[in-house]
Design a protein around this ligand. Structure first.
Ligand code: NAI
Ligand SMILES: C[N+](C)(C)CC(=O)CC(=O)[O-]
Length: 476
């Protein structure tokens, strides 16, 4: 079991804790704040609700979370130590030598710093790299890595293993890459409010109703390429380049950061969002981010491609009661309904994931489909046997009832947790030629694999199979 130590468990340390823990790492936290355990507990509640919803397969079992009053004890035996104390160089200089002393020689020591360079952070003898994440750390994949190349390479491998996207910055600069961009926008926004041009709410609308949506899927340059029309990027540059020297922006000019400015921004922000607590806002943000990343999964764009690649790396589960496990899933809140339990359609979605997996197992995979052959589902019968709730782990097993010729008859069992049969889904599929859209015989290699499953499941009980709607219910 891998272990991570979190030094500082505030907004960012709490997010890192959730990211590692929910990916199966043990996490030890050191934070002198007496409220740290409560705060991290609340962040974890939100993370447990959000992160599994990105995946079509269950994440590994959670690691063990411990809190320590002593930094050395928290760091001991860790493979990764993440410093996330407030953004004050003196504070970081006080902490990093202590981490260095307690950490093993192989441990990656990362700093969450938003702006300091490794050459500023490190004291003689310390070897931290910058590992700068984005809030919420448990959902957003980006981590900017800056520092010793060999350590950054090792760190990148670990981060990919917990579903993140390491971006190694070629050269250390103040504020890395993304915070440079963010700060430019923030500085302009502060000017617009200070000058009475726009309120905080109007600025947020200007972002979220327009370019904010574009940026999640194509970033800046690809978006502008399209904006150049058929003439492309060169035309875009020629058209809008001259504006850069017009007085559109005040980029290098910083509004005086005094109490008046803070009060102006804070009061407008309160008027905009005070009706929701921070945790409510976090949940709203998380639900939206999950929805967007899931949309990006479909096209393999941006953060969606990271989630897909991470999911592909999960080990395949084995068997249950002698049947192959074809799907595992943690039930997301979006699968539940007004009755407070899983709605009817997701039972079928889970079964459909199992069918897709079984197709792969017999060789009717993406390449087979690209070659013009596939199976079409022609009938499903779902029996809802027990309630399932958000956060429950579902495990689906698949039994082949028959599989001769064009017809394939499957029986999925959906298990809640370890031992409750929550549903069965009986599925009939017909092998199809995708060019004629008519039934056809499967390839011999697929038929052969299928026959092996038919033989191995022959004679097994399938209580509930063949049941029709309205038949007197009987528990299996
Ligand atoms: N908040 C944000 O949006 C982002 C912040 N960061 C960076 O992450 C770091 C932490 O920032 P936040 O989490 O926002 O701050 P925060 O104020 O929410 O949390 C800092 C935590 O450090 C703890 N702490 C203070 N002194 C400590 C010590 N000596 N030992 C252990 N813990 C100590 C505090 O009790 C607090 O819980 C900063 O370097 C910041 O630049 C990076 C990305 C985004
Ligand atoms: C405002 N900030 C500089 C702390 C922001 C970051 O560092 C990254 C983020 O999550 O926006």
């Amino acid at each position: 079991m891998s272990k991570a130590a979190m030094i500082g468990g505030g907004v960012i340390g709490g997010g890192w804790t959730a990211r590692f823990l929910l990916n199966g790492w043990d996490v030890a936290v050191f934070d002198p704040d007496p409220q740290a355990e409560r705060k991290i507990g609340e962040v974890l509640d939100n993370a447990r609700r959000a992160l599994p919803a990105l995946y079509d397969r269950a994440l590994p079992p959670e690691g063990r979370l411990t809190f320590h009053a002593d930094l050395t004890e928290a760091v001991a035996g860790s493979d990764w130590v993440q410093e996330s104390v407030p953004e004050t160089l003196a504070l970081k200089h006080g902490i990093l030598p202590a981490i260095q002393k307690a950490a093993g020689p192989e441990a990656v020591i990362g700093s969450s710093t938003s702006g300091f360079k490794p050459s500023e952070l490190n004291m003689p003898g310390t070897r931290a790299i910058v590992a700068h994440p984005f809030n919420p750390v448990y959902l957003l994949p980006l981590v900017e890595l800056v520092g010793d190349p060999a350590t950054c390479t090792r760190a990148a491998g670990i981060l990919r293993g917990i579903g993140m996207y390491p971006l190694t910055v070629r050269k250390e600069i103040d504020a890395h890459i993304a915070d440079r961009l963010l700060e430019a926008v923030w500085r302009e926004a502060l000017w617009l409010v200070k000058d009475g041009i726009a309120t905080t709410e109007e600025i947020d609308e200007a972002i979220r109703m327009g370019f904010g949506i574009r940026w999640a899927q194509m970033g800046l340059f690809e978006t502008y390429r399209i904006a150049g029309g058929e003439a492309g990027m060169a035309h875009f540059m020629a058209q809008f380049g001259p504006a850069l020297s017009w007085p559109w922006t005040k980029l290098m000019d910083v509004p005086e950061f005094n109490n008046d400015l803070v009060e102006l921004i804070a009061s407008q922000s309160d008027a905009q969002s005070e009706h929701l607590s921070i945790r409510d806002l976090e949940r709203l943000r998380d639900d939206n981010v999950v929805g967007m990343i899931r949309a990006l999964r479909r096209t393999g764009s941006g953060a969606g491609s990271v989630v897909r690649a991470h999911e592909e790396s999960f080990p395949r589960p084995g068997e249950r009661n002698g049947l192959p496990i074809t799907a595992t899933r943690q039930v997301p809140v979006s699968w539940t309904d007004y009755n407070g339990h899983m709605n009817e359609a997701p039972y079928l979605e889970a079964a459909s994931l199992a069918t897709d997996r079984f197709m792969q197992m017999i060789g009717a995979d993406a390449a087979y489909v690209a070659g013009g052959r596939s199976y079409f589902t022609v009938e499903n019968h779902v029996r809802y046997l027990d309630e399932v709730h958000a956060g429950d782990r579902l495990t689906v097993t698949t039994q082949v009832l028959s599989g001769q010729g064009k017809r394939l008859h499957l029986f999925h069992r959906l298990w809640r947790g370890d031992d409750t049969l929550a549903a069965t889904v009986e599925t009939m599929l017909i092998h199809t030629d995708l060019s004629t859209r008519r039934s056809s015989e499967p390839d011999p290699a697929v038929s052969e694999r299928l026959s092996a499953w038919v033989s191995s499941h022959a004679g097994r009980d399938a209580d509930g199979a063949g049941r029709f709607v309205g038949q007197t219910a009987r528990r299996t």
